[in-house]
Design a protein. Structure first.
Length: 214
């Protein structure tokens, strides 16, 4: 019993007190491969995400930026190449719990699929990022303004609002002091307004390399 209490105190001490972003670094870069199997199409692409600590007295805020490039393959119709940009902010409520706000824009070369969105996310680590293995779970709710041209998942042009809820579970595997492999799987569901298309209904997965810059 005494050993158990000591272990709990040690873990608590590691996740409390003064802290900054994950692993107390200044910047985190994540380069990954993403895939999804949605109701009416599949997706595969590359992603780059940057998290940079904000120069605030508490050191618990970080600026987020992201870039993706990939390809959608609808069940019917031609494939389209797509890209997206995102910007936002993350607040570390505790060393293992974060809240993020993110705005993003997605477009494609065929002008068939455009989405502007605002997303709130909550991530919870089960173990601190400083551990060799750090499992985590993240929930997100996104309000999206979607525009689809006729021929892409629809027989006519459509503009509508969608609410996408998603949950991801994953794990960071620390390979060295500054480098980790990240694996994750997720599930997303879409609720639409104005008889929209449920384009984000399905399963997601990815693998990435994460760099921690002191």
């Amino acid at each position: 019993m005494k050993k158990t209490c000591i272990a709990v105190c040690v873990v608590f001490g590691m996740v409390s007190g003064a802290f900054a972003i994950d692993r107390n670094v200044r910047m985190i870069d994540t380069i990954g491969v993403e895939t999804a199997n949605f109701r009416d199409m599949t997706y595969a692409g590359l992603s780059l995400q940057v998290e940079n600590m904000l120069a605030a007295p508490s050191e618990k805020w970080a600026v987020l930026a992201g870039l993706t490039a990939g390809r959608y393959d609808p069940d019917t119709g031609p494939r389209i190449d797509s890209w997206s940009l995102s910007m936002g902010i993350r607040h570390y409520l505790t060393p293992v719990t974060t809240l993020s706000l993110l705005g993003s824009w997605r477009d494609d070369d065929a002008r068939a699929f455009k989405v502007a969105s605002g997303t709130v996310g909550l991530r919870q680590r089960l173990l601190p990022a400083s551990f060799s293995i750090s499992p985590w779970a993240e929930g997100r709710i996104s309000v999206q303004d979607a525009k689809l041209s006729g021929g892409f998942l629809s027989d006519r042009d459509r503009s509508f609002t969608a609410v996408v809820s998603a949950i991801d579970v994953g794990c960071d595997f620390l390979m060295s002091r500054q480098f980790a492999f990240v694996f994750h799987v997720g599930l997303s569901e879409t609720s639409t307004v104005q008889s929209g298309v449920q384009y984000a209904e399905g399963l997601t997965a990815g693998v990435a390399m994460r760099y921690f810059w002191p």
